[in-house]
Write a protein that binds this ligand. Structure first.
Ligand code: FAD
Length: 589
C-alpha cells in the first residue's frame, strides 16, 4: 500500500543539488497517515513499558534480558515491518520502516540491538537470499525467535572493509566452505543465532555467508567494555576451520561488496531516523527539567541563554525530520516506480536506495551530529545533575557518540557524498556541467540586484538556489584546478560535502514550512517559519565558511578574489533577528 502522495516524476538522486523542488514534492511528518501515527505511538509505548524501566539492567548486560525484549518487540510485529507477510512479517512500505526506526530510536542500547537485528542482521538475507534461505530464516527473524547479526569489520579492516583477511576455501568433498579469520565490534554477536559474515574465497573473492550459532569452528569472544551503548552486545567472532554448508553462501560468489554496500545505504537512513528519535526524547526530558529546575527564584527555562539552547535543539530536530522524510519519500517513490516497471521486489528497494545513496550519506552525517549536539546541550541544561548517572541524560551523552563512527564514519560519508556526485556527473547520470557553466557565466556578469519575483517565499527560495550555485562554483573550480589530485585534497572535499549537507537540509526545512503554509495559511505557521528562517540564515554563514576555506585552499590571485566575491554574493541573506525567532520558538515548547 502506498502511503506517499506527491507529484511525480521523482527527483533523481543528487538532483536536488541543482534543481528546485516544490513543497508538493516533499513528504513531511505532518503528512503521516493515521496508521503511521499509530505505529509511532506503538513504538513509544513499547519503549516506556518494556525498555525504560530496565535501562540499568540492560546496560549491565543481564543475561537473557536483551533477547527477551527483542522477542517482545517481535510479538508486536516491530521486528518484521519490512518483511513480507508470506515470511511472517507485516509487509509494510519503506516509509513505515523509517517511522519505526525513529519511534524506537530513543531506546538506548535496546535500539542498537533492535536496529542491528532488523537492518544489517535481516536485510541481507531478505534481499539477497535464495527462496530456501528466506523460508528458513525470515519467519524466525521476523518473530524475534532468532536474532540477527552482521560481521564485516575486522581488526585491520574497518573503513577499508574490502581489505578483510578472513578466508573461505571449498572443502574437498565440495559440501562446505572452510572459514578462517576473525571479525570485531559485532553488534548482537554475543547472543545472535544467525550471522551474515564476509570472507574471501581463496583469499580473493569477497563473499557473504550465513553462519549459525553452534556451527563447528565458530566461536565468539567476551563482551567489549565500551564507553556507551553498554547494554548492546559487542563481541569478536572467530572462525577456526569453521564448516559452512555451501548452501549458506549468500548472493553471488565474489559479490559480497554488493551486499555490504547496498545494505549500508538503508542502514544510514535508518540510523538518522534512530538518532532523530533519540534527540526528540532527550529534548523532551530537557524541556521538562528546565521548567522544574529553579535558580535565582525562577525556572531556568525563563533565562534567555537556556531558551536559546532549547530553541536551537528544536530547530535542528525539525530540520532533520524534514530532510529524513523528504529523502525517504524519494526512495519509496522510486521503489514503487521500479516495481511498476516489473523489477523484482528484492531488487526494487535496493536499487531505489542506491539511487539516493548521496542523500543517505548526507543524512547519516546530519542525524548523528544532531544527536551529539542535542545530548551535549541537554547535559548542559541539566547542569551538575546532567553529570550524574541519576539522570538519563548522562547515558544519552555516552550512547550518542558511536553514531558518528558506525555505518561508515562521518568522514567516510562526507567523502563519499562528493565522490558519488562527481562520479555520477562524469557518467552523465547527473547534469552538473550545464548548471556549473551557467554559474561561471553568472560570476563574470554584473550582478542583478533587483528582484521582480513576488511569488511566496521568493527571497528564501532564491537563497537556497544561490547556495546551490556556491556549491557548483566551488566544486566545479576544484575539479578543474586539481583534477585527479582532488581525491587527495580531503579537506576541500569535506568542505564541499558540508556545503551540500547544509543546503539539502535548509531546502528541506523551507519546503516543509512552505507546505504547511499552503495547508494552514501563513498566519498559523509563525513557529514553522521561524524555524526554517533561522536555520536558513545560520546555514548561509556555515556554507560561506566552508566555501571560503575550500577556495583559499586551491585558488589564488584574481581567480581567488572573483570566487570569494561570488561566494559572498551566493551566501548573502537578508538580516534576520534570530534571537527573537528563537525566543518565539522556545515560547511554544
Ligand atoms: C559499538 C560498535 C558496534 C559496531 N557494530 C558493528 C557490526 O555490527 N558489524 C560490523 O561489521 N562492524 C561493526 N562496527 C564497526 C564499525 O563499522 C567500524 O568501527 C567503522 O566502520 C570504522 O572502522 P574502524 O573502527 O576500523 O576505524 P578506521 O577505519 O581505522 O578509522 C579511523 C579514523 O580514520 C578515518 N579514516 C579511515 N579511512 C579514511 C579515509 N580513507 N579518509 C579519511 N579518513 C579516513 C575514519 O573516519 C576514522 O576517523 C561497530 C563498531 C562499534 C564501535
Amino acid at each position: 500500500m502506498s502511503t506517499v502522495h506527491t507529484s511525480k516524476p521523482v527527483m533523481k538522486g543528487g538532483g536536488s543539488l541543482t534543481l528546485e523542488s516544490l513543497p508538493a514534492d516533499t513528504f513531511i511528518p505532518e503528512d503521516f497517515s493515521e496508521e503511521q501515527k499509530m505505529m509511532m505511538d506503538m513504538c513509544h509505548q513499547f519503549l516506556h513499558a518494556e525498555v525504560y524501566p530496565h535501562l540499568d539492567r540492560i546496560d549491565q548486560l543481564e543475561p537473557g534480558l536483551m533477547p527477551k525484549l527483542m522477542e517482545k518487540a517481535g510479538e508486536m510485529g516491530l521486528l518484521g515491518i519490512s518483511i513480507p507477510e508470506s515470511y511472517g512479517g507485516l509487509g509494510k512500505d519503506f516509509m513505515s520502516a523509517i517511522i519505526v526506526a525513529e519511534g524506537l530510536g530513543a531506546g538506548h542500547s535496546f535500539s542498537v540491538g533492535q536496529s542491528a537485528h532488523t537492518c544489517i542482521g535481516t536485510l541481507p538475507i531478505l534481499y539477497f537470499g535464495t527462496d530456501a534461505q528466506k523460508e528458513k530464516y525470515m519467519p524466525k527473524l521476523a518473530s524475534g525467535e532468532w536474532k540477527g547479526s552482521y560481521g564485516l569489520t575486522e581488526p585491520n579492516s574497518g573503513s577499508d572493509a574490502l581489505s578483510a583477511k578472513s578466508t573461505a576455501k571449498l572443502s574437498d568433498d565440495g559440501k562446505h566452505y572452510i572459514l578462517n579469520g576473525q571479525k570485531c565490534w559485532i553488534t548482537n554477536g554475543g547472543f545472535a543465532d544467525v550471522y551474515t559474515v564476509f570472507a574471501k574465497i581463496d583469499g580473493q573473492h569477497f563473499t557473504a555467508f550465513i553462519l549459525e550459532r553452534g556451527m563447528e569452528g565458530f566461536t565468539q569472544g567476551p563482551e567489549e567494555h565500551k564507553m556507551g551503548i553498554k547494554g548492546s552486545s559487542t563481541v569478536q567472532l572467530y572462525f577456526q576451520d569453521c564448516k559452512v554448508p555451501v548452501e549458506n553462501v549468500l548472493g553471488e560468489i565474489g559479490k559480497g561488496h554488493v551486499i555490504a554496500f547496498n545494505i549500508l545505504n538503508i542502514g544510514r537512513l535508518k540510523l538518522c531516523a534512530a538518532t532523530l528519535g533519540g534527540a526528540k526524547e532527550c529534548l523532551k526530558r530537557t524541556i521538562e527539567y528546565a521548567k522544574t529546575r529553579e535558580q535565582f527564584k525562577k525556572p531556568i527555562y525563563e533565562f534567555g541563554a537556556i531558551q536559546q539552547k532549547l530553541a536551537e535543539m528544536t530547530i535542528r530536530n525539525w530540520v532533520t525530520e524534514a530532510g529524513l522524510y523528504r529523502a525517504s519519500m524519494w526512495i519509496q517513490q522510486k521503489e514503487e516506480e521500479l516495481l511498476a516497471a516489473g523489477k523484482p521486489v528484492n531488487e526494487a528497494l535496493l536499487a531505489a536506495a542506491e539511487e539516493y545513496a548521496i542523500e543517505c550519506a548526507m543524512i547519516k552525517v546530519f542525524g548523528s551530529e544532531l544527536l551529539d549536539y542535542v545530548v551535549d546541550e541537554s547535559l548542559q541544561v541539566h547542569g551538575g545533575n546532567g553529570f550524574s548517572d541519576e539522570y538519563n541524560v548522562s547515558r544519552a551523552y555516552r550512547d550518542s557518540r558511536i553514531n558518528r563512527i558506525y555505518e561508515g564514519t562521518n568522514e567516510i560519508n562526507r567523502l563519499l557524498t562528493v565522490d558519488m556526485v562527481l562520479k555520477r556527473a562524469m557518467k552523465g547520470r547527473l547534469d552538473l556541467m550545464g548548471p556549473a557553466m551557467a554559474v561561471q557565466k553568472e560570476l563574470m556578469s554584473i550582478p542583478d540586484f533587483g528582484s521582480t519575483d513576488d511569488t511566496p517565499f521568493a527571497e528564501e527560495r532564491k537563497a537556497i538556489q544561490q547556495f546551490k550555485k556556491a556549491i557548483l562554483m566551488v566544486a566545479g573550480a576544484a575539479v578543474q584546478k586539481l583534477m585527479m589530485k582532488l581525491e587527495s585534497e580531503q579537506e576541500i572535499l569535506m568542505g564541499i560535502a558540508d556545503m551540500a549537507i547544509e543546503t539539502f537540509h535548509a531546502e528541506s526545512a523551507l519546503l516543509r514550512a512552505m507546505k504547511l503554509v499552503e495547508q494552514k495559511g501563513e498566519a498559523n505557521c509563525g513557529y514553522e517559519l521561524d524555524i526554517a528562517r533561522t536555520y536558513l540564515y545560520d546555514a548561509a554563514d556555515r556554507i560561506n565558511k566552508s566555501g571560503k576555506d575550500a577556495i583559499n585552499a586551491f585558488a589564488s590571485g584574481d581567480e581567488q578574489r572573483m570566487m570569494l566575491l561570488g561566494l559572498k554574493r551566493f551566501t548573502k541573506v537578508a538580516p534576520f533577528n534570530t534571537k527573537d525567532a528563537r525566543r518565539r520558538v522556545a515560547a511554544r515548547l
